[in-house]
Each structure stands twice: as C-alpha cells, then as structure tokens.
Design a protein around this ligand. Structure first.
Ligand SMILES: O=C(O)CCC(=O)C(=O)O
Ligand SMILES: [Fe+2]
Length: 343
C-alpha cells in the first residue's frame, strides 16, 4: 500500500465500478452510513488470499447494516471463474481489472492491503494485509457501539424551518394532489457516463408524485420559498439561490410501503446542478416517514405541518417507511444561474 497517497482523516475517493451486485455496478458514495472495509488483492486464486477472503467474508461483523466488506480484485479471471461471489447484505466485490479503484486509492499493481472507511466516507485506517492488522481491524469493528455512540451526538447540517406554508395552503396542495393523476416516482441511474435514465424501483422508492400545473398554486409556493427559505440559505450557507425546480406534490402512502432509500440528489449528469433540497411537510397525521441523514447519524426528523427541512443535495438522505396514513410533501430543488447554464 502507498501510505503517502491517502491518510486517515482524508475523504475516501468516490467511484462507480463493476461489482457483484444484481445491477453489476456499484457507486461507492451509496456505501455511506456504515463502516466499509476495502480489501485490495491481485487475485483470489492465491491460496492465502482465498483464505483471507473466506475468513473476512465469514465474519458476522459484516452485517450490511453497521459494516460492509468489499473485496477489490485486480484479476479479470476472478470474475470469469466465478471465484468471487457476493454474500449479501454485507459482502460484495469490486471487479477492478482496469484498476480504477486501485488507482484512486494508491494501491500499486500487484499490491494488497486493507482500507477502512468510516460512515462519512473518510479514511479511518490503512493497513497491510497481515494477520495482525486484520485482527486489529476486526476487533475495532466488533467494538463499534462505542464509535457509533459518538456519531449519535453529531448535529445534522440541515435547516429546520417551521411555518413556511400556512395550513390552508397545505390543505389546498393536498386537495390538488387528489384531483389530479399522479405517477410512481422514479429514480435516476446512469448506465453510462453522461446518460441519466429514470427507472422505478418501488423497493427503494415508493412514492406517487403529481406535477403542480395550477399557475396560482405554483406562484404561491414559489413566493413562500423565495421569501422564507432563500434568505435562510443565504444566511446559514452563504449561497444565493436564484433558480427553483420540481414543483410537485408527493405522497408516501403506508398502504404502498411509502419510503425512499438512502440517496444523494445530484450524483447523475441530469441532476448535477442541484444545490439544496427542500422538503415541506403538508400534513402531520401520519406515522413514520422521517427524514434521516445516514452518513451523519441515525436521527430521524419530521418537520411540522407547513415546515421545511432544507439540506445540501450532496448529503446522503433517506425517508423511513410511512407506517400509518399518508405523508404529503412539496419537494423543490434550488440552484443558481451557473447551475442552470449546466443543466
Ligand atoms: O420526502 C422527502 O422529504 C425527501 C425526498 C427526497 O429526498 C427526494 O425527492 O429526492
Ligand atoms: Fe432526495
């Protein structure tokens, strides 16, 4: 391992690489919110490496919730021979014959080693592939409750702004939703660089959206965002918003297991211009549906009726399943003129 390349405390490089996932690819930014151990090796055909992989993959500490293991193989034969297989939810392997991941992490050709990445996707430790370092890393991961307790006290970098929309306007927006056709809300994937593709995956995102086409309602919503949210973003984050998009009313319904898995809002080409996400709750007679920021901590936030949660589009966030009733929300994204020029 080239220890001068990256050091503990540095951000772990993000990448998208071929992987033993059902889609055949994995974007490492999605791994946030738990510890991730990357094990770099030249080929799983080496007897000692095969043993090490088996030893690591068999450790119950890699439960996919608090820890994940990613083997990073430099050998294209590892894939062809079927030597590497995922053991979901905690163990997957990157197929890195083109050395994309190894290059980002400074692992030389033929090199092997361990990189432990923390829930915020920062380097926690770098170690050689030696029995003593493997023991140390596993022992650290087994004692995670202590490390995660510290993480629980961390404040979330989001604004909570009560009273952005009046109750009567919230009611009108919910009524509008029920008077229109709604569609199953999609997520973007990027099967190849530069080509963003909307797909539905109701296990990951279950929500119905209805585009606001009533000019008077759009104007009322825009007015509140401009006068009640934009100045707060300017004050707290020193960013001048001049553009707004996605005027929708969305509904997460307990009957449909309404939810949205962990994601970022600006990681594909079509969304790269987005800067701030706004989540305004239009009702409060539901259970579940809390917004969380898994790479920061486990806390869930529910804005009051008419209140907004505002956060940076590049922060990982998720919506917990709605367990009773429906959660209605307006969810605009904000950006600026340079962003609009790129969109
Ligand atoms: O429902 C929410 O509060 C957040 C929605 C969200 O993250 C999104 O639409 O990208
Ligand atoms: Fe989002």
């Amino acid at each position: 391992m080239n220890r001068r390349f990256l050091a503990p405390g540095d951000p772990a490089p993000w990448f998208t690489q071929r992987c033993t996932t059902p889609s055949g690819r994995y974007s490492f930014d999605m791994a946030a919110g738990r510890y991730n151990l990357l094990y770099f090796f030249p080929s799983a055909a080496g007897a000692d490496i095969g043993e090490r992989l088996e030893h690591l993959a068999g450790d119950p500490v890699f439960d996919g919730v608090r820890c994940q293991l990613f083997g990073v193989s430099a050998d294209s034969d590892d894939e062809l021979s079927g030597r590497l297989h995922a053991q979901p939810p905690g163990v997957r392997h990157f197929l890195d014959a083109d050395r994309l991941v190894a290059g980002h992490y400074g692992v030389p050709a033929g090199g092997r080693g361990l990189v432990l990445v923390d829930p915020m996707l920062r380097i926690a430790a770098i170690a050689d592939d030696e029995p003593s370092s493997v023991r140390q890393v596993l022992s650290f991961l087994r004692h995670l409750p202590d490390a995660l307790a510290v993480q629980r006290q961390v404040p979330t970098p989001a604004l909570m702004l009560p009273g952005v929309l009046e109750p009567a306007l919230c009611e009108m927006l919910i009524r509008y939703f029920h008077g229109q056709a709604s569609v199953q809300s999609a997520i973007f994937t990027e099967p190849e660089p530069g080509r963003s593709l909307p797909v539905t995956d109701i296990g990951f995102k279950s929500r119905r959206d209805c585009v606001l086409r009533d000019p008077a309602l759009v104007a009322q919503l825009q007015h509140r965002v401009i006068h009640r949210i934009v100045p707060e973003i300017s004050k707290y984050f020193q960013f001048q918003v001049t553009r707004m998009e996605r005027m929708i009313v969305a509904c997460y319904d307990a009957a449909d297991h309404g939810c949205f898995g962990p994601h970022r809002d600006n990681t594909v080409t079509a969304t790269a211009h987005r800067r701030f996400a706004v989540s305004i709750n239009l009702n409060d007679d539901f259970e579940g549906g809390g917004l969380s920021f898994p790479e920061i901590g486990p806390a869930r936030y529910t804005a009051p009726l008419g209140g907004a949660t505002v956060f940076s589009c590049s922060v990982l966030h998720a919506v917990a399943p709605v367990t009773r009733g429906c959660r209605y929300a307006c969810l605009p994204f904000l950006h600026d003129a340079p962003g609009a020029a790129r969109a």
